[in-house]
Design a protein. Sequence first.
Length: 356
Amino acid sequence: MANTILVTGGAGFIGSNFILQWLEAEQGGVVNVDKLTYAGNPENLRDADPARHLLVQGDIGDTDLVSCLLAEHRPVAVLNFAAESHVDRSIHGPADFIETNVLSTFRLLESVRAYWLELEPEARTAFRFLHVSTDEVFGSLGPEDPAFSESTPYAPNSPYSASKAASDHLVRAWHHTYGLPVLTTNCSNNYGPFQFPEKLIPLMILNALEGRPLPVYGDGLNVRDWLYVGDHCAAIRRVLKDGRTGETYNIGGCNEQKNIDVVNLVCALLDELSPRSDGRSYREQITFVKDRPGHDRRYAIDARKMESEFGWRPAETFASGLRKTLQWYLSHPDWVNNIKNGTYREWVRQNYAERN
Ligand code: NAD
Ligand code: DAU
């Protein structure tokens, strides 16, 4: 199919939202290579038109597989969402993060470089490799520090952010040394449909509805900059279309929130949309638990480059995006129940038992 893109990690949270939005807004096909780890869920793509979307189970580090897919489908761009993405898991077991985020990204870059070198001159000029990364590579901010800009030095603090920083450096080097036409985006905390309930917002929604404690780490005053996932996906489409190769783009919600305020807001919305049977507030379930080791205190993104170059701004407010998100989880009990399998339960036991 003409104008095909290859997406990696497209069965995960952001990747699946991206593919659904892409199929709605753009032309052409999508080849989606996903290892289908615990975080990858083909159900997220149930509404993707099978005539335009092909899901292939595989590892981005499998050079033979990726090279075959590139040769067969001739994509005009590769978008790399595939990663191990959860900070707490990286603390419990960093090896998978080094394997996928560093080594497999390196192998992917090499497969893509070989493909790109064989393209006809016009196609080679038009080709793009877009790497989806995080604001966590910049480390932690003090209360009065300016937000992270594209020139903020890297200072990753967790095994997750260190592995993502390493992948960003590889992508940068493949541009600088080999001329691969790369784009990198560094985004703040996403929330929205299809997010695996190990992350703060969906974990709080599910625990609240099950009558379980809402575990807030430390004093609950850590700050994150929250962005609705659809806004992140729209920003990525824009960078892919108009971004300057070799550049990095910071994407954020201009929406700094303390964790405890986020949890209170989730509770207030649930009190309205799905009240507890005893008439009391979900807030009563909030419990402060042992902190995350090395917990970054504050993230904030300065997204002025996205705004000045592309006029991009988030379309959702936190109130509208959070309401949509809660409504989605409340109206998809099958998706939620399918997630709560043995792997999920084992993770919850491992991460939370020791915090109480
Ligand atoms: P996710 O954990 O929900 O999804 C990751 C996907 O990658 C899963 O489908 C998984 O099966 C797949 N995957 C893992 N290892 C793979 C491998 N070796 N080969 C192929 N597929 C593999 O993550 P997410 O939240 O959707 O994040 C997507 C990307 O965006 C990641 O690179 C992450 O670092 C970045 N990011 C996430 C956020 C956020 O708030 N979630 C914010 C900024 C950036
Ligand atoms: O900033 C972008 C990053 O945001 C992404 O790169 C990561 O992939 C994504 O997981 C996210 O990282 P965080 O560590 O910020 O997200 P998480 O949802 O795990 O936690 C958000 C905040 O909430 C953080 O300060 C820790 C806290 N927290 C989290 C959980 C899971 C709690 O207080 N209790 C919890 O149970």
